[in-house]
Design a protein around this ligand. Structure first.
Ligand code: NDP
Length: 312
């Protein structure tokens, strides 16, 4: 049986950075890419906030650069989705594509999180042409334009505030009669002159020739006061939360109430010794490419230290 020193699951900034560090430490890591190599950044057009790219870089190019950097130091990058893990065994057993078994002394989980969408067919139609789930990534393209943000939590408020400094006008579409966000965020949003909060509103669809031109909303759905109306917008931002990609880890690891992996103290250690986590899958708060990359570095260093401490 072949046992890897380090097996990395996930191919976003966290996974690739962990692979760069683990390769350079001679851990000969195997990294599984899953169905979306490059992760969420591959659906982003331009990345302008990743240090080291003064002119900006496209999401796919950035991810390809990170991938090639990992390959340069000998990371064994394989395509395949991890479908099962057994962290009760030593070495750990990881099943890929429901069939192939891999064994490893340490595992780094960097499977990321997926932005939630409403599930409207129009979201797919205008993806990258008006629809986005990341104001920090795509807000810049809406300078002086009208945009809408969906959601009533802290993320939605944060996105609306961020966009209000760029766009001409921001509609915040909230399905309930109140915001769920913290009081301070609510106050900031309600005080901002160019943000209009549309309470009790749901999105029925989007429209526009080729690019997005507007959204059809329903207010007070199912009541006597129900009314349907359109808003003219160039951008439609989803901020209705993220789902961490931890389904496959089921009960093997300690997760928080939202499904994010809980880390021990100021480290990348999970509830299972020898299993580490990095990036959005263990970070409900920051969720940035650069913070994920930093976490990937930490996870590789923690894995290396664990191998030394345990003579593996
Ligand atoms: P939340 O789960 O807090 O909020 C999600 C929002 O989306 C809710 O208002 C919810 O509505 C709405 N929503 C969900 N599904 C739909 C739907 N199908 N249609 C319309 N609206 C929908 O997620 P966030 O991403 O905002 O925050 C996640 C966590 O991160 C929170 O704990 C938050 O406090 C934290 N956070 C903290 C920040 C900070 O401190 N600066 C910044 C960002 C996040 P409803 O209220 O009706 O359920």
């Amino acid at each position: 049986m072949e046992i890897s020193k380090c097996l990395i699951i996930g191919a976003g900034p966290a996974g690739y950075t962990a692979a760069i560090y683990a390769s350079r430490a001679n851990l000969f890591p195997i990294l599984f890419e899953g169905i979306q190599p490059g992760g969420q950044l591959t659906t982003t057009s331009e990345v302008e906030n990743f240090p080291g790219y003064p002119e900006g870089v496209s999401g796919p190019t950035l991810m390809d650069d990170l991938r090639r950097q990992a390959l340069r130091f000998g990371a064994d990058i394989k395509s395949g989705s991890v479908t099962e893990v057994d962290f009760s065994k030593r070495p750990f057993e990881v099943t890929v594509n429901g069939a192939d078994k891999y064994y490893a002394h340490t595992v780094i989980i960097a499977t990321g999180a997926s932005a939630r969408y409403l599930g409207l067919p129009d979201e797919q139609k205008y993806m990258g042409m008006g629809v986005s789930a990341c104001a920090t990534c795509d807000g810049f393209f809406y300078r002086g334009k009208n945009v809408a943000v969906v959601g009533g939590g802290d993320s939605a408020c944060e996105e609306a505030l961020y966009l209000s400094n760029i766009a001409k006008k921001v509609f915040l579409i909230v399905r309930k009669p109140a915001l769920r966000a913290s009081k301070v965020m609510q106050q900031r949003v309600l005080k901002k002159e160019n943000i209009t909060v549309l309470f009790n509103c749901n999105t029925l669809g989007l429209f526009g020739d080729e690019v997005l031109e507007g959204a059809k909303l329903v207010e007070n759905k199912g009541t006597e006061m129900e009314q349907i109306f359109d808003i003219a917008i160039d951008g439609f931002f989803l901020a209705i939360g993220h789902t961490p990609n931890t389904q496959v880890f089921g009960t093997s690891l300690e997760l928080d109430s939202e499904g994010y992996i809980i880390l021990k103290g100021n480290t990348s250690a999970t509830s299972v010794d020898g299993v580490f986590a990095a990036g959005d899958v263990a970070d409900p708060r920051y969720q940035q490419a650069i913070s994920a990359a930093g976490m990937g570095c930490r996870a590789a260093l923690d894995a290396e230290a664990y191998l030394v401490e345990n003579d593996l």
